[in-house]
Design a binder for this molecule. Sequence first.
Ligand SMILES: Nc1ncnc2c1ncn2[C@@H]1O[C@H](COP(=O)(O)OP(=O)(O)OP(=O)(O)O)[C@@H](O)[C@H]1O
Length: 291
Amino acid sequence: MIMRADGVTLGYGGTAVVHDVTLDITEGGVGLIGESGSGKTTLARAFLGLLKPTKGTISFHGTDLRKAGTKAFRKAVQPVFQAESLDPRMSVARSIAEGSRDRAAVPALMEQVGLDPALGTRRPHQLSGGQRQRVVIARALAVRPELLILDEPTSALDVTVQAKILDLLEGLGTERLLITHNLAVVGRLCRTSHVLFAGRIVESGPTEDLLQRPAHPYTLALRDAVPKLGGAPPVARGGTEAAPAPTGCPFRLRCPLAVPECESAPELREVAGRNVACHRAELVLTGLAAR
Ligand SMILES: Nc1ncnc2c1ncn2[C@@H]1O[C@H](COP(=O)(O)OP(=O)(O)OP(=O)(O)O)[C@@H](O)[C@H]1O
């Protein structure tokens, strides 16, 4: 296990937006899936050491981040943000070398991410979106990280370019925590996935199981909203989707299977090889089996 969030609550200005999350970053890629506002980026920021939990602990190889040596940790865990975060005034080569301060390594890094080193003198606006995303990845790789934290690494790209960037990430062999709206992306890059709704994990397990046989009605809705790679993110249809319920199961006001029992909050429990917080998980699983 590379990192662990143990009973973590996170918030801004006294308002909690992530509640009691326990999640391990293990080998083979870990996906964090959920709609806009579900708390994915907040959790990623905590794993990068940029936001301190108000409850619980985040650890790196078993050491609480509050005690881990920051220098080694900062190198080992690198963010890959969207390409818009590149400094428009810096050449590609300078951007890539910024963290490592090793200009000599830049051509090899560019080749590693499938960029012609001759592009090193260009500014970001002189590249395509896909090329810019490769620069961001090269820049993260420059310090030889152990773990990449990728926040929607392909959502701004068109489908063919997305597929190429996913090929690149798959081939790198660096461990990853990947944040996305898009279930097809985790299907390719993450052995394990966690579905977040209103700041709570509602389902966790092997990605393949979650994709093939979701046990939570929200995972099911997400899967059916994004049938293919490059599909639009599952935004609230016509703005009519109910807000998360403040008590009981947070999904119950949107859930087609909700019953009075859902007014009491479901605990995460093991059902069919995954953890799911739903009183009606068995029904979701059987409903699918009967189709
Ligand atoms: N700096 C901040 N100050 C106050 N509230 C914030 C801040 N950043 C995020 N939030 C709130 O925290 C909640 C979770 O936001 P977060 O960005 O983690 O969600 P997300 O799942 O990553 O969404 P998206 O996919 O849109 O990026 C939201 O309600 C958001 O408004």
